[in-house]
Design a protein around this ligand. Sequence first.
Ligand code: ADP
Ligand code: ZN
Ligand code: MG
Length: 476
Amino acid sequence: MQYEAVIGLEVHVQLKTKSKMFCGCATEFGADPNTHVCPVCLGYPGVLPVMNEEAVRKTILTGLMIGSEVARFSKWDRKNYFYPDMPKNYQISQYDLPLCAKGLVEIKLNGGATKKIGITRAHLEEDVAKSFHFETTSGVDFNRAGTPLMEIVSEPDLRSPDEAFAYLTALREILISGGISDCDMEKGQLRCDSNVSMRPVGQKAFGEKVEIKNMNTISGVRRALAYEIQRQTAALQKGEKVSQETRRWDDATGRTSVMRTKEYAHDYRYFPEPDLMPVVVSEEMIAEIRKLLPELPEAKRQRFVKQYGLPEYDAGVLIASGTLAAFYERAAQGSRNPKAISNWVTTELLGKLAEAKKTIDECPVKPEQLSELVSLIESGQISGKIGKEVFAEMFAGGKAASLVVKEKGLVQVSDTGSLDGFVEEAIAKNPKSVADFRAGNKAAINFLKGQVMKLSKGKANPQLVGEILLRKLEGG
Ligand code: ADP
Ligand code: ZN
Ligand code: MG
């Protein structure tokens, strides 16, 4: 029997707001434990939550980006359960009246086709604290508690781990483009629970689903789903039943294991939050938020391909972050070779930033400076290789390309007179390569070319060197 996977994802996104969902504490990541806390987010009795309007706006903007129906009236509910990272014993969430209902996210499949994945709902809630387990004790850091958290639930429309990967990638791009969240998975800003079941190909009804928790990368989700599909298929083929349960993914072993079975499923005893007013969204507010709608990632990707003549891949890398895309556009403006600019941004620049653990906002090289560097190379004033040296210097000191070139005397040598000398020297010092070349091993010229570049300390114009060498080798 052939089986087919049915997958639905629940994505939690920390919103990019200055303060928490129901108190004024900062949402800053990485601060000393329990330094951004107050009686509200610590769950003290007798305190009152106050709703963060910016979080509501960001959720509505998300809804508009994914084509949801934005509720003109929604409300807050208490989701009751006990856990040490949530001392109120309930989480404020939205149950039956979420801010956003329905919607669509378009994904790209291998081979270029697209598929629309349904969104069930997007609602707003508060994040919980974070537990840390040490050798003999455990600790709880409440800095995260109360961070605005949006949950986006997909319809069970995904059919493979690759589709789930594409969906998360597309959703992440959308969220970043709207400034909703930075979606940094290493910081836990985007987390995903995956639901997966198997059914015989051709059958309409869904099988029993298993929920997988604890995945913190998009590729982790893909691997976890692949494992789970294979585990469930093997069980079904043996005639066993797959039971509804929650499983945990272990990235190190590449396996899932049981966390809790259906019998232990929570009864959250939802009821309306009595301390908060319902959320009434006016038409004016929606119109105002609509003005913030950014160019959607797919549209931007297509525009980059057209306007700058970039391959889809390059465009995808560049649009993955709004600030990176903006950097690129500024650098490419007026450049005669936008593709070269893209190469520099996606390799050298991103590489150096990663090495220095800096974000694009902190990049010491300005877009206009990168643009200048590329035109120095384009016009043959410096070689590409020297360009890398110059770039490293620019990155370290924030200097302009032309200044580095001048200070270090790196201008490319293009006058035949001086190049002749280097070529003569290389020929004189490497008789074997010369003989090889003349005996028919044409590749031997590359070694000689390398020697000339070395003698010129990398400053010789490589194309001219090639021409002069060829002339001298073939001529004499
Ligand atoms: P629960 O009540 O257990 O949270 P939901 O109906 O809310 O279940 O669905 C949670 C997620 O699981 C959604 O993303 C949904 O698309 C997905 N889902 C629901 N049923 C199935 C199924 N049989 N197989 C795979 N995914 C499913
Ligand atoms: Zn607080
Ligand atoms: Mg659910």
